[in-house]
Write a protein of this length. Sequence first.
Length: 84
Amino acid sequence: MAGRPGHQEAEGVWRQNVEAVEAFLDAATQFNRIALADGRIRATGLNYPGAQAAWALGGTEMTPALFAKVQMIEGGALAEMNGS
């Protein structure tokens, strides 16, 4: 899979994961965040209705298999954002 038309071949991403990484990046602005009492901010996960809109507008056909891969990436991103 070469990725989206007009995009160069992804570097550092296994070919079978390119579509999932692109879908995740399309929705990366859609993270829910909460403010903690100590002033820190904690990400709680993707806002799925917002992510769904981003995928639809970006032309991504979200399938159960692709969504499962995006959720795996989301879990890693949450761990990184929250310092876990």
